[in-house]
Design a protein around this ligand. Sequence first.
Ligand SMILES: Nc1nc2c(c(=O)[nH]1)N[C@H]1C(S)=C(S)[C@@H](COP(=O)(O)OP(=O)(O)OC[C@H]3O[C@@H](n4cnc5c(=O)[nH]c(N)nc54)[C@H](O)[C@@H]3O)O[C@H]1N2
Ligand SMILES: Nc1nc2c(c(=O)[nH]1)N[C@H]1C(S)=C(S)[C@@H](COP(=O)(O)OP(=O)(O)OC[C@H]3O[C@@H](n4cnc5c(=O)[nH]c(N)nc54)[C@H](O)[C@@H]3O)O[C@H]1N2
Ligand code: SF4
Ligand SMILES: [Mo]
Length: 744
Amino acid sequence: MTSQVEYRTCPFCEATCGLELHLEDREVTLVRGDRDDVFSHGYLCPKGTAIKQLEGDPDRLRRPMVREGGTWREVDWPEAFAVVDEGLSRALDAHGRDAVALYLGNPSVHNLGLAIYNRVLAQSLGTTNVFSASTVDQMPKHVSAGLMFGTMLTIPVPDVDRTDHLLMLGANPFASNGSLLTAPDLPGRLRALRRRGGKLVVVDPRRTKTAEEADEHIALRPGSDALFLFALVHTLFADRLVDVGLAGPHIAGVDEIEQLARDFTPEVVAPHCGLDAVTIRRAAHELAAAEHAAVYGRIGTCLSEFGTIASWLVDVLNALTGNLDREGGAMFALPATGGGNTGGNGTGRGVRFGRHTSRVRGIPEVYGELPVVCLAEEIEQPGDGQVHALVTIAGNPVLSTPDGVRLDKALDALDFMVSVDIYLNETTRHADVILPSPSLLARGHYDVALYQLAVRNVANYSPPLVDLESGEMHDWEIMLRLANVVAGQGADADPRVLDDIVVAGLVDKAVQRAGSNVEGRDAAELVAELSQREGAERLLDLMLRTGPYGDGFGTDPDGLTLARLEAAPHGIDFGPLLPRLPNVLRTPSGKVELAPEPITADVPRLRASLDRPARNGIVLIGRRDLRSNNSWMHNLDILVKGKPRCTLQVHPDDAERIGLRGGGQARVTSRSGALHAAVEVTDAVMPGVVSLPHGWGHDVDGTALRVASEHAGVNTNVLADADAYDPLSGNAALNGIPVELTPA
Ligand SMILES: Nc1nc2c(c(=O)[nH]1)N[C@H]1C(S)=C(S)[C@@H](COP(=O)(O)OP(=O)(O)OC[C@H]3O[C@@H](n4cnc5c(=O)[nH]c(N)nc54)[C@H](O)[C@@H]3O)O[C@H]1N2
Ligand SMILES: Nc1nc2c(c(=O)[nH]1)N[C@H]1C(S)=C(S)[C@@H](COP(=O)(O)OP(=O)(O)OC[C@H]3O[C@@H](n4cnc5c(=O)[nH]c(N)nc54)[C@H](O)[C@@H]3O)O[C@H]1N2
Ligand code: SF4
Ligand SMILES: [Mo]
């Protein structure tokens, strides 16, 4: 038996904490925070420790599985891929490319092999029916960022370590550890902000842990963030507080914003927000007065029918207060792997949406995908272009997307389904084949996406700690083999041949790109230099070497390579964020587009909402718990033991009026469904608002989740309406759902 201590980045959320793992052979015996990690300095949360239980979970799939009727059989990889080939080819041959849909779930972003090869699979498949968890999450921010700055990931992050004033809407980092804001120990960073005399203001219908730790909690009505933010903008203009600062020369559209904000006075929006005008005006004045301030919005602002407008106004406010791209304000990361906004000259093609639309409802595509609110109907409705088969990659849409019951039925009706997943759960039980990712210990890890949104420029690579066991396959190889299958190459085709084509294509692009650190170099020479590595690591090395700190294949001998990261197990810190305007921009104008037409054209819809009478019925919102991770970590006893956490939080006034008791049951009904939930009476939620977390509802038949099924909870998304979405991004409006409550 060999004992080792190894370091790797936690892959469970966006915070990228360093873990210190104690191993006996393949077994994790102890998990601690890595004190020497350049970014997390020893911080970790209960989910990070649970890597031990996840590795040991007997329900975690370790071999490919094939379903025959109601029974599952472990098979070897050749057999699994033969079944996949038969099932997908049948659908493609009979009905064409669009007959096979793809759904990419959240963990596919946190897995190097899946994250890098997603696109290869999608391109080989060539379907317009691509869906992902992004349209129940952050798509509104991608849309607003793309239109304002030119790429979907050019998203400013609040410079939490140096700001004096943080206005945070719809986020609860004390539970979530931050999102579109990579900052290990974000709670600690927020406490430090207050210790140095700064102010934290939290806008949330619920008094969360984050709100309790803040200087001020503004409890607003769900779904009214866009109105609230517009009233802040209005106030800045009305009270002559606009000062765009040093970024001024790079910003277009300020005057248009003033016009647009004219109608949104604090007095007009206040009743819709459940606030008074004085609070709104004061919030605007404090934001403007702070030396360094930042506005940040997350889930609460995105999961609404005005998600894109709210996401946009967050950055409009950052710009109008002179805090965009400025130390202590909202800044852009410079990621080591490069990205859409590195290596160019500050202009680009910008973004365009709606190149195709969904078949049934005609909802426009964004960034090549369709909103997941359309998935069920695309399977159900017969006709040309109907979805007959589905590939899911690390996703559980039955629990995570609207109208879960309907989607559950739709999946049952598919001709064929294959899932790359580590559990037999509510979604994958409908699959014909499940292809499991290998043990976390056997994977290399690097957070390609998350470092693009980090509060410091950091790079950290975790090498595989153990070899694959027999029966395991690398994620990148699974993806390449799937790509071969859907490209008609067959189940036995060598994935390395396709991989070589992918690498050659990327190297060609790099040597042709003006200003790249390998511009004009011999592509074959570069490919040869990469040849000691394969799969995800080879592509990662290429990205790092051609990225902003890269060695350019010898151009800068001190520059970054994957080998250098391998020699730095605690990561490399490239320092705090630096201003990046105008070079970071990829808009055709080379300016920050403060008033992009697609968004300004949607403002009348928001204005019209002011004419609706302010609702006084009850609305439902979600929440997260520190020990949950969306739907998929509930099978780990250490994370679910204790008091049940899937409770319906109800304000005492509402409970009394309706006749609900803590510990009792409520029947909750919405336009799309009904459920019974355990009631928790608490004044943490504002009157008229109830809260139920998502990711529960593990009591369905045919899964293999022994622990989770004993802590089943209920699936809140049966209450979510597939007709409620933000038209600009297609993102589901999962918060602010009108519901009726009765005692059950
Ligand atoms: N009502 C409501 N609904 C919501 C939200 C909300 O706030 N309220 N939040 C939304 C958000 S932000 C998100 S991101 C989505 C998440 O939506 P999804 O991504 O669809 O769902 P997850 O619960 O993350 O499920 C992840 C799946 O990946 C599998 N998995 C985990 N690790 C691995 C791995 O390493 N390899 C592979 N192959 N599979 C793996 C799990 O077994 C599980 O099946 O939910 C959304 N749904
Ligand atoms: N422990 C844990 N951590 C996680 C996850 C998890 O499931 N568990 N999921 C990960 C994922 S995929 C994501 S995307 C991130 C999300 O990270 P966060 O955005 O921080 O997510 P939440 O904790 O759900 O916080 C959202 C807050 O919005 C509030 N809210 C609801 N409706 C509204 C509204 O209309 N307006 C405003 N202003 N607020 C509203 C809710 O009360 C809640 O407190 O967390 C990630 N981290
Ligand atoms: S905060 Fe996120 S990255 Fe850090 S240990 Fe917890 S789950 Fe892992
Ligand atoms: Mo998410």
